[in-house]
Design a protein around this ligand. Structure first.
Ligand code: HEC
Length: 335
């Protein structure tokens, strides 16, 4: 054969560079590229991001890079007749049974079996559990003790109302620290008669009028205290939940489009209106990580708020959440 000389040269070159011949160095390159995409990049991403989990390379991207690698290797191998001959030599040797009969038979049996298995695997009808709609309100791990929980900020006790009236008389109402900076700045600029005057709603304004007249009735004060809680809840909502659930509480915050499982639209009749407050509290506290398996197939991005908000803050947000959505929670059975 006329390529005999070229073969010898190619062989010499390939061996000198890799020591394993052109065919095996190509196979090795493919394996190394795959390993980098599959394991090395996720491992490095973990170092860079400091997250407790690796960021995997998407399957389609791996496929694209592998195709590019194969094209590059093909160009390299077909660069000259010598390269091609050297690349094909182990294949030819195998086919001529120069490695012996058993390897030839093994490979000739394995190739159709692997291809056949692949074809079978992609075409065989799959028997799978019928796809079910996601259960919006899974309750298998919902602690029953939460069921009758009432929002402590929705109906303040007489003692709480009395304490609030005293604070209001002294013009020193306790507000959550998160809003104090803004309220103080507003008081400096507007110099109001009372620090609560910035809450424009009717119950609060009526309370402030009664306070100025010196005859406060308890129910008006109670309603004003709930207004104060609502204000705090709205502020906490804006700080923590707005990005996903949106200004309009319709699940359309600026981050909402980034999730396959969209943040819940609280104005929808099928969401927070159908559940008791204790359930909402449990959902907000435990977020996506606290959901049982029937809440799959998509993982919820809802954070686990018990890690970063106090119970008081969570209840105040829930009060504001129902109010903003103009919904009332479901009343627990037997109440
Ligand atoms: C990172 C985005 C994100 C943030 C921030 C976020 N949520 Fe969510 N939330 C979601 C997603 C996504 C869902 C829907 C999936 C699910 O059911 O868990 C959800 C669901 C909920 C539900 C369940 C409603 C129902 O009917 O089952 C409640 C209640 C809720 N969020 C309240 C809050 C509150 C309160 C805050 C702020 C303290 C908040 N969320 C902040 C993403 C977010």
């Amino acid at each position: 054969m006329s390529t005999g000389e070229g073969q010898e040269k190619g062989k010499g070159k390939g061996k000198a560079r890799f020591g394993i011949g052109r065919f095996w160095s190509m196979v090795l390159t493919l394996v190394v590229v795959y390993a980098i995409l599959k394991w090395a990049i996720p491992a490095i991403s973990r170092q860079i991001t400091n997250l407790p989990f690796p960021l995997p390379v998407p399957g389609t991207l791996i496929f694209m890079f592998m195709v590019l690698t194969v094209i590059a290797l093909f160009l390299l191998v077909t660069f000259s007749q010598a390269h091609l001959d050297e690349f094909l030599r182990p294949v030819r040797k195998l086919l001529r049974a120069e490695y012996g009969k058993p390897p030839l038979i093994a490979v000739l049996c394995a190739v159709p079996l692997v291809i056949g298995w692949q074809v079978y695997d992609t075409t065989v009808p799959k028997i799978a559990v019928p796809s079910a709609l996601r259960i919006q309100h899974p309750s298998s791990n919902f602690p029953k003790s939460f069921e009758a929980l009432k929002n402590p900020f929705a109906s303040p006790t007489d003692a709480e109302v009395a304490a609030f009236v005293e604070q209001a008389k002294a013009n020193e109402v306790a507000l959550i620290p998160q809003v104090m900076g803004d309220v103080e700045r507003w008081m400096e600029e507007a110099d109001p008669d009372h620090m609560l005057a910035f809450i424009p709603t009717r119950p609060m304004q009526r309370f402030l009028e009664q306070l100025a007249d010196g005859n406060v009735d308890t129910e008006t004060a109670r309603a004003a205290l709930v207004e104060k809680h609502l204000f705090e809840g709205r502020a906490l909502y804006a700080m923590n939940c707005r990005a996903c659930h949106g200004d309009s509480v319709a699940g359309d915050g600026p981050m909402a489009d980034g999730f396959k499982l969209r943040p819940i639209n609280f104005t929808d009749n099928g969401t927070i209106e159908t559940i008791v407050e204790g359930y909402t509290f449990w959902r907000v506290s435990n977020g996506g990580p606290g959901l049982p398996t029937e809440a799959t197939p998509w993982d919820s991005a809802m954070p686990e708020w018990k890690l970063s908000l106090t119970e008081e803050e969570r209840w105040k947000i829930i009060l504001a959440e129902y109010d903003l959505a103009e919904k009332t929670p479901r009343i627990p059975e037997g109440h």
